[in-house]
Ligand binder design. Structure first.
Ligand code: B12
Ligand code: SF4
Length: 471
């Protein structure tokens, strides 16, 4: 069988905010995961429009398309194109799960939820010439999943070819997050076996790994065994976790020992009212600065995530958030305008209140205001958002934030990582054009090398095991 798999580019591929480096970070892991269920005799062409031109002139037996909210229109136009040629087209992913009726108009079959059970089921049905119109993932497990077909990933086109996910979902229920909608009707947080995760890590060349898990520290037992197993593997890795998991027990230290060098942390907002509105209980009454100090004391750089536009945000929120990030030496900040993805309880709440202003999914990219705001006008919110990015990444703020670290090595790493991410765009573009982005990986690995943090730990007086006991 001839199979074409496509990850259409997110909407901003044609917008002034297009940053080639941001979209050349990670390969299409979801599609490579699904490819593992195809037979070795099948011919597979996997194309990622973020890094290559999609060839639409072919006529395969089956087209598989992954749909995110901001690539949905592009995904639908590819689907319509192939269906017009008589090719069987299937659509799945986050947006299809949120809005199945919309997606069904452009597909022969649609898939709701993760694909590990439904895709192999479909393949059986398809080969038997009785495919169903809709597949829903009810039983979910990562036990005995076949190895990802990474040979279909063009490693040289990505800065981070070694992306990996060893868990699915998250134990929390923030009202703006995609996860409750995507995992509805089944388990919403589950893990691989530790042995399978370690085997997958072992298969990856080089040192650097990026765990794309929503919350790598979410299952303490699993994460602890994983980090134990990773000790001595000589890896450096980046990942994401919540504030409370950083403060609790000593998991974060085990992670650092296993090679964790940079962490994406969802601070989101400083307002308890906003946290309540977002059902982000795990952040309520948590000491953000203590979490930051703890990470720094372990030599871990921080990518802070912040949301603007929650109901308690006023005009000061941008200044306060940027100043806090600089004062606390956050290495990189990711700012978002609150975005109510369809399927989330935030979307349902705002819809009920008559506050959703548009269902143009291209605008649901966290850069546009798509709902009626409370204490800020939409214009103030968008301007404040852009101001925050510009301000946080001025050379002077990058330098100030770097200089707050105790060890000179951490200062230098911070400066290079933050500056490299936002200030060397033309250089990245040249490397991307030469189709050799993979050659920059050793540079990233050296920036993520270990910091000797003993002196910082002393200065901040952070005890090895934190105040909040492990639960
Ligand atoms: C990697 C990533 C990116 C990459 C995307 C490129 C890529 N190669 O995928 C980059 C860095 C470019 C990116 C950018 C953004 N991202 Co992003 N990203 C992710 C992340 C961390 C991992 C995706 C992944 O690989 N998952 C692992 C694989 C195994 O899972 P999967 O892709 O979902 O595939 C499975 C299923 O979905 C299903 N499936 C998928 N497709 C299909 C098709 C068929 C036919 C079938 C059967 C099954 C199927 O089967 C697969 C196996 O189970 C997710 C979070 C997450 N945990 O998923 C956020 C996430 C997808 N991103 C999100 C967002 C919001 C953004 C940004 C808007 C953030 C920002 N402000 O910059 C931007 C987009 C900008 C824009 N203009 O739209 C949201 C999406 C919300 C939504 N409803 O679409 C997520 C869910 C994060 C979150 N918690 O909110 N992102
Ligand atoms: S902690 Fe993060 S991944 Fe988990 S529900 Fe909240 S926003 Fe989503």
């Amino acid at each position: 069988m001839n199979v074409k798999m496509i990850l259409p580019a997110l909407t901003e591929a044609e917008s002034p905010f297009w940053r080639p480096i941001k979209y050349s970070l990670f390969p299409p892991l979801g599609l490579a995961t699904l490819a593992a269920y195809l037979s070795p005799d099948d011919t597979v062409c996997l194309q990622d429009q973020h890094v290559e031109k999609v060839d639409l002139s072919d006529t395969p037996d089956l087209v598989v398309i992954q749909v995110y909210i901001t690539n949905a229109y592009r995904a639908y136009s590819f689907a319509d194109h192939y269906r017009a040629k008589g090719v069987y087209v299937i659509l799945g992913g986050l947006h299809v799960t949120s809005l199945p009726e919309e997606a069904a108009q452009h597909a022969d079959s649609i898939f709701l939820g993760p694909g590990e059970e439904t895709f192999p089921q479909f393949l059986k049905d398809f080969r038997a010439k009785r495919p169903q119109k809709r597949y829903f993932s009810a039983t979910r497990s990562l036990v005995h999943v076949p190895p990802i077909r990474r040979e279909f990933i063009k490693r040289n086109l990505y800065l981070v070819p070694n992306s990996i996910v060893v868990t699915r979902g998250c134990p929390h229920h923030c009202n703006f997050c995609y996860k409750d909608a995507f995992f509805e009707g089944g388990k919403s947080f589950y893990t691989q076996t530790v042995d399978a995760a370690l085997a997958e890590i072992d298969r990856l060349p080089g040192r650097h790994l990026y765990f794309l898990d929503d919350h790598l520290l979410g299952n303490v037992k699993f994460a602890s065994a994983l980090f134990e197993g990773m000790k001595g593997m000589n890896r450096v890795f980046q990942s994401a976790a919540t504030v409370d998991s950083i403060l609790r027990g000593n998991l974060i230290e085990q992670a650092a020992e296993a090679g964790l060098r940079s962490l994406f942390v969802g601070f989101e907002t400083f307002s308890p009212e906003n946290l309540k509105q977002s059902n982000k209980k795990q952040n309520l009454l948590k000491d953000y600065e203590r979490a930051v100090k703890r990470l720094h004391s372990l030599g871990i750089m921080i990518n802070g995530s912040f949301v603007f536009g929650l109901d308690d945000d006023d005009q000061d929120v941008f200044k306060r958030t940027v100043a806090w990030g600089v004062e606390n030496s956050i290495t990189t900040s990711t700012y978002h305008i609150l975005t109510p993805y369809p399927g989330t309880s935030l979307y349902a709440d705002l819809k009920r209140e008559g506050r959703i202003m548009t269902d143009n999914w291209d605008l649901y990219d966290t850069r546009h205001v798509v709902y009626k705001t409370r204490k800020l006008s939409p214009q103030q919110l968008e301007e404040g958002y852009h101001w925050a990015y510009r301000e946080f990444y001025t050379w002077s703020n990058i330098a100030r934030a770097s200089l707050h670290h105790e060890s000179p090595k951490h200062m230098l790493k911070h400066f290079l990582y933050s500056g490299g991410w936002k200030k060397f765009e033309p250089l990245w573009n040249i490397v991307i054009k030469s189709r050799n982005l993979g050659t920059m990986l050793p540079l990233l690995e050296s920036i993520l090398s270990k910091v000797n943090y003993t002196s910082e730990k002393k200065q901040n007086n952070i005890p090895v095991a934190e105040a909040i006991p492990a639960s």
